[in-house]
Design a protein around this ligand. Structure first.
Ligand code: NAD
Length: 383
């Protein structure tokens, strides 16, 4: 039986991305799938209904019921989204499971099969499906542009007949996908870039994109899958002390540190910022998930008082939507690559012996089945 994929229009305020493009529709169709797209779903990503229809999708007018086997969503589903989905539907998208446990419980009891693309194992076969990487890459780039725009100087060292302009000193904290892209972008703009991360492999990664790695007298904190471990409070405090002189020396700071399933680690307190130079700019990419910077708030630009002036603190929110065209283009192929890998003769048939499936499937046949979520629930019950 041919599986029917439906691509919804995102309705969260500020969300401009969409989970399909004409190219991804063609790829899904070539795998034998039926594709329908909500009218206007690509409006903010520069994709018209006609473009989707031209690629072979059926356009579903607003308010019309659609028959579907697979739902594509960019933002995590809400409990009310689930209400309209029949038992047996497969949902594919960004789930942010640790912050949406009640929705997952409802998805399980509604008999939905939930795939979280943000839970895919970081294996080479999953790279073309990796929404975290594709979106973090764009976020890292955009953070630097936001900083450059708010900075009242230029980045490159410039020698003119009227005098020499010193280069901007850029500090990047957290050198995962977003941080490495921020380093590369700041470097291309002419900044002098240094960076720090707690993972042991990050020094080489930072150097490979042209940054100087800051070695702190602090043990590495690696966890499984290439991720970082959360630091205990004593080590986090020591890290902040050791970072303070680098924070004070920076003109631009971009923070991107994250630990899966945990609030973002606080790397820069307001006390640390007191010694910064006036005119400096701090961009906190983690503002929406707890903040790496004590003074930041998501979606806000704050003037933080320091001696003889102010530091601008930008708390990032919905940053990928500011690049909705490219973000959607990459997301769309992430979704299509994942779903076509699960498709046999036009039917989406997840094979649970495949680690792509077992690593990303959270609910199936009436239960939450992912060990990381079931562990979390057991811990909560025990508390
Ligand atoms: P992430 O978004 O989970 O975290 C961002 C960065 O913050 C990480 O580099 C992390 O080490 C760092 N961090 C956490 N706590 C910190 C602290 N207290 N101080 C400083 N830095 C801190 O990370 P990500 O961008 O998703 O990347 C995670 C890993 O996955 C990396 O090792 C990356 O190279 C790897 N990766 C692998 C693939 C693949 O397909 N093989 C694809 C993408 C990423």
């Amino acid at each position: 039986m041919t599986s029917r994929v439906f691509v919804r229009a995102e309705s969260a305020p500020g969300e401009k991305r969409v989970a399909a493009s004409p190219d991804s529709v063609r790829k899904l169709r070539a795998a034998g799938l039926d594709v329908s797209v909500a009218s206007g779903a690509g409006r903010y990503a520069g994709i018209s209904d006609e473009a989707y229809a031209g690629a072979g999708a059926t356009i579903v007018p607003t308010g019309h019921q659609v028959e579907l086997d697979v739902l594509f969503h960019v933002r995590p589903l809400t409990a009310s989204d689930l209400g309209s989905l029949p038992t047996g539907v497969i949902t594919v998208g960004v789930v942010d499971p640790f912050n949406h446990v009640p929705v997952l419980q409802k998805a399980a009891s509604s008999g939905l099969t939930t795939f979280a693309l943000d839970f895919l194992p970081r294996i080479s076969r999953a790279q073309s499906m990796d929404v975290l990487s594709s979106q973090a890459l764009l976020a890292g780039y955009k953070c630097v542009l936001l900083a450059a725009d708010a900075f009242d100087r230029i980045f490159p060292m410039t020698m003119t007949a009227a005098g020499t302009l010193a280069p901007a000193r850029v500090l990047v904290l957290g050198a995962g996908v977003a941080g490495l892209q921020a380093i590369a972008t700041a470097k291309r703009l002419g900044g002098v870039v240094s960076a720090y991360d707690v993972r042991s492999s990050s020094a080489d990664e930072v150097r490979s994109v042209g940054g100087t790695f800051i070695s702190l007298d602090l043990e590495a904190a690696d966890a499984a899958g290439g991720y970082a471990r959360e630091l205990g409070e004593a080590r986090a405090q020591r890290q902040r002390e050791l970072l303070t002189p680098f924070v004070e020396a920076a003109d631009i700071i971009i923070t991107t540190a994250a630990v899966p399933g945990r609030p973002a680690p606080q790397l820069i307190t307001s006390a640390m910022m007191a010694g910064m130079k006036p005119g400096s700019v701090v961009v906190d990419l983690a503002a929406e998930t707890g903040g790496n910077v004590e003074a930041s708030a998501p979606g806000e630009l704050i003037s933080f008082p320091v001696t003889a002036g102010q530091v601008t603190v930008i708390g990032v929110q919905d940053i990928q939507s500011e690049l909705a065209v490219d973000a959607s283009k990459l997301l769309a192929m992430n979704f299509a690559n994942f779903v076509t890998a699960l498709t046999v003769d036009g039917t989406v048939l997840p094979d649970f012996s495949d680690e792509l499936v077992s690593g990303s499937c959270l609910t199936h046949e009436g239960a939450i089945i992912h060990p990381r979520i079931t562990e979390l629930l057991t811990e909560e019950v025990a508390r």
